[in-house]
Design a protein around this ligand. Structure first.
Ligand code: NAI
Length: 251
């Protein structure tokens, strides 16, 4: 039997990178998927790809910074599929590197708003929907949520925050059968890192890959496999944890 048979899942940031790979894998494993993203064209294309492969999905345009969008996402998911079992709160942004003193309040707020408040906004509505019948929430943090990162204070702080939020909520909701965990990817070959807007040139990327004990970046699908495990009943006793998939960087 497929791992997510009869399950309904939300994936934010589902139009690209780790979210995209996860939405595809969830659908392949039998879940009906709400693909949520700010990018409508890529999100619709993603849903079409899932349908072509025989899966079930719909797209919802969401800016996770907006509480009303997150409420509408959960409402639309319940409207389409009648239940919510899994939520992968994954939408996130990087941020230009700079010294902390030069970061600027605007960029600080932008990164925190998407990466941390965005996860909070989604969780509020997902938890309300899951409290009666249980579920699994996975929040995307980062290895930068477990160590400091010179030049990326806002990003690192936002990801430390995601782990704190995940742990605190896990303490509250364990008794309701809602498991809440964080994914901590290392360096992943997604548009955030290797795309046109990447802050690294090819030489920098090569050096980054060589710095990893496994000598390469992760593929998004390698992150999706961990998310699938956390989403499925295979991880039935895992909650409040953070799961590192980093090719050995933190070792
Ligand atoms: P990506 O840039 O490929 O995908 C991010 C997606 O989030 C995009 O589709 C974008 O449209 C969407 N998004 C951005 N802001 C949004 C908002 N306000 N509301 C709704 N959707 C929004 O990036 P990637 O790499 O797949 O990132 C996914 C998550 O993984 C992020 O939280 C990121 O911080 C985290 N991460 C990525 C790593 C990497 O090396 N690529 C490493 C560790 C963590």
């Amino acid at each position: 039997m497929k791992l997510l048979h009869n399950k309904v899942a939300i994936v934010t940031g589902g139009a690209s990178g780790i979210g995209r790979a996860t939405a595809l894998l969830f659908a392949r494993e039998g879940a009906r998927v709400a693909v949520a993203d700010m990018s409508e064209t890529a999100g619709q294309a993603m849903v079409e790809e899932i349908r072509q492969a025989g899966g079930e999905a719909f797209f919802q345009r969401v800016d996770v910074r907006r509480d009303a969008d997150c409420a509408a996402l959960v409402e639309a998911t319940l409207g389409h599929y009648g239940q919510l079992d899994i939520a992968f709160n994954n939408a996130g942004i990087g941020g230009a590197p700079s010294l902390t003193q030069d970061q600027g309040l605007e960029q600080w707020r932008q990164v925190l708003d998407v990466n941390l408040t965005g996860v909070f906004n989604c969780m509020v509505h997902e938890l309300r929907a899951m409290k009666e019948r249980g579920g699994s929430i996975i929040n995307t943090a980062s290895i930068m949520g477990l160590q400091g990162t010179a030049g990326s204070a806002a990003y690192s702080a936002s990801k430390h925050g995601v782990i704190g939020l995940t742990r605190s909520a896990a303490l509250e909701y364990g008794k309701y059968g809602v498991r809440i965990n964080a994914l901590c990817p290392g360096f992943v070959a997604t548009p955030m890192l290797v795309g046109e807007t990447s802050l690294l040139d090819p030489k920098g990327l090569d050096a980054l890959a060589r710095s990893v004990p496994m000598r390469r970046l992760a593929e998004p699908a390698e992150q999706a496999e961990m998310v699938l495990w956390l989403a499925s009943d295979k991880s039935s006793y895992a909650t409040g944890g953070h799961f590192v998939v980093d090719g050995g960087v933190l070792a």
